[in-house]
Write a protein that binds this ligand. Structure first.
Ligand code: PLP
Length: 476
């Protein structure tokens, strides 16, 4: 194993070029800029989901990413990393993709943004046509744009609640949600979530929810509760921020049938699973489910721009039509709804899916991920590996049998991710779950690189001795 202090690109990147990786120029910031930028970051920025005391400690130099190409990113010192979590689950076809770049540049020369309240724009119209065509005919026919996953979900929930009010089902004002679910951080979206640490104070202010663990509990809900439900909200096939935990096969189908039988609308949160991550364009395709609402974000623009879409049915849409005085209008929206640059990027993203036959290449990549995950199953510090298509997590533990997790405050997952950087892998952990979710353009050689880097980092960090006391940690 290379020494952790060893310099040079080979050592940093795990000892060699993975197959199929073009080694581009290595842009560095001018020597004086790197440290100055890092200092300014620590002086002025507040990063999301980041314990900022640890971030700001002396000796922690934030990684400032300056360039991307395919599945790779370069930092301010020219160090190269495989983007092992697709830049927080957004990137699809790789960074700096010529096709998506060109689409954004072309739109930029026309107009970047215009109001979507009272006016429209061409890329937004064309994108709506393309999105609707990704689903069975005459199902999800209406597209409502917003900015990110949280707002896509909130739009769906508010539409569902208002739909019930306007169709004689006023008693239905609660949402069926799932333990360990996650739907974003705005107050409404957070109130649906089942991960306490992420919910914050939202529970006190947000939507009224009925939270269940799975289908057994759904089936045994009392009639009175069922009669109050407007919609069920679920991450289909796999719960992401819960640590990439797949649902049992068939669960989504069962939930969809149950919703139909009980007059409950179905909202699918495909913010993470959408756009090929599970091996199909959308996770719901695996179980032949078409929901009443689907929330799309992250990969919608190929990971280029913040844009989200909530798709729904004509039945829902029609319930919002009427005289202005009837107050049926959906009074909701954001300044950047239907952003022309974002829509142009999203159109190009869908074109690249076709041109590069992205979905056709996935089975081999998914198999390679499975094969590498299987090798980790017997690792003495691995509790479990989980996979759903190109989405995977490696759960590390202090002891396998009997199972003993690392205490969360020791942040062993984050420590492993930090060590993995020295081997050319950038990813994040959620507690003890190390996420592996590369851009779909990743090659099989690059998948190997990702796992080798992770294995080396695990060997370094999770050796027999471990820190008895939590130590200040430079954050990843
Ligand atoms: C399943 C799911 N829903 C919603 C969101 C929220 O998306 P955003 O961060 O774009 O608001 C996320 C973000 O990770 C997510 O994974």
């Amino acid at each position: 194993m290379e020494s952790m202090t060893q310099g040079g690109k080979a050592a940093e990147n795990g000892g060699g070029e993975p197959e199929g990786v073009a080694s581009g120029p290595e842009p560095r910031l001018a020597a004086a800029h790197g440290p100055a930028l890092a200092a300014a970051d620590k002086r002025h920025l507040w990063h999301p989901f980041t314990p900022m005391r640890d971030w700001c400690v002396d000796g922690h130099e934030p990684v400032v990413l300056v360039r991307g190409e395919g599945a790779w990113l370069w930092d301010q010192q020219g160090r190269r990393y495989l983007d092992g979590n697709a830049s927080i689950w957004t990137n699809i076809h790789g960074h700096n993709h010529p096709r998506i770049n060109a689409a954004i540049e072309a739109q930029l020369r026309l107009v970047s943004h215009v109001s979507f309240l009272g006016t429209s724009n061409e890329p937004a119209i064309r994108l709506a046509q393309r999105l609707v065509a990704l689903f069975p005919p005459d199902t999800l026919t209406r597209v409502f744009y917003s900015d990110d996953g949280s707002t896509a979900i909130e739009a769906a929930v508010r539409m569902a609640l208002q739909y019930c009010q306007q169709t004689g089902a006023e008693s239905r004002q609660r949402l069926l949600v799932f333990e360990r679910g996650y739907h974003g951080d705005t107050l409404g979206a957070a109130s649906l979530g089942g991960i306490g640490a992420f919910r914050g104070p939202a529970a006190r202010f947000g939507f009224a929810v009925e939270r269940v663990g799975g289908m057994d509990q759904v089936r045994s809900l009392p009639d009175q509760v069922v009669g109050e439900l407007a919609a069920a909200v679920i991450e289909p096939l796999v719960q992401g921020p819960a640590g990439m935990r797949p649902w049992p096969a068939g669960m989504l189908r069962e939930l969809s049938d149950w919703c139909r039988d009980h007059g409950v609308l179905l909202i699918l949160d495909e913010v993470m699973t959408g756009f090929g991550r599970t091996g199909r364009m959308f996770a719901c395709e695996h179980e032949g489910v078409v929901p009443d609402f689907i929330a799309l974000a992250k990969g919608l623009t190929g990971g280029y721009m913040p844009l989200a879409a909530t798709l729904t049915t004509e039945t829902v849409f029609e319930a919002f039509l009427g005289d202005v005085a009837e107050m049926k209008t959906f009074y909701y929206g954001h300044s950047y709804c239907g952003n022309a640059l974002g829509c142009a990027a999203a159109l190009a993203n869908l074109e690249v899916f076709e041109e590069e036959r992205t979905l056709e290449w996935l089975p081999a990549k998914i198999d390679r991920m499975s094969e590498r995950l299987r090798r980790l199953e017997d690792h003495p510090r691995v509790a479990e590996v989980r996979q759903c298509g190109m989405i995977a997590a490696v759960e590390i533990c202090r002891r396998r049998r009997p199972r003993e997790p690392w205490p969360w405050e020791q942040q062993m997952g984050a420590r492993v991710c930090l060590a993995a950087r020295r081997h050319g892998l950038l990813t994040r952990a959620i507690g003890n779950d190390i996420v592996l979710l590369p851009p779909l353009c990743v090659s099989e050689g690059e998948i190997d690189h990702m796992f080798k880097a992770l294995e080396r980092a695990m060997d370094e960090v999770l050796a027999d001795t471990c820190p008895a006391q939590p130590q200040a940690l430079s954050r990843c």
